[in-house]
Design a protein around this ligand. Structure first.
Ligand code: SF4
Length: 96
């Protein structure tokens, strides 16, 4: 018997404490997104990156699980600035 596990179901087990007004990831202001920024809209497992109607990439890190994928891909190029959330904020894994 095969049991299928969906990523969305596992993510639902996590809890997040949002540090309102202090996002731990910011996207560099741009008029046209780089290839790297566009890639973030598909590689982030939590779906934190999205392309807006005006064609820019924005990040809403409220559900970020701090996997570091976007940091590895885009921090060195300067496309994003990435920091850990302040102590006590961010993802809580102990429910999953
Ligand atoms: S650290 Fe991982 S989960 Fe968080 S925004 Fe980056 S890719 Fe998404």
């Amino acid at each position: 018997m095969t049991v299928q596990v969906r990523v969305e179901d596992k993510l639902f087990q996590n809890r997040y404490l949002v540090d309102a007004g202090r996002p731990h990831i910011t996207v560099r202001p741009h008029t046209k997104p780089s290839e790297t920024l566009l890639a973030l809209t598909t590689v982030c497992p939590a779906g934190c990156y999205a392309e807006t109607e005006s064609g820019q990439v924005e990040c809403t890190p409220d559900g970020c699980m701090e996997c570091g994928t976007c940091r590895v891909l885009a921090e060195a190029s300067g496309d994003i600035e990435w920091n850990y959330p302040r102590g006590g904020y961010g993802v809580l894994f102990k429910f999953g």
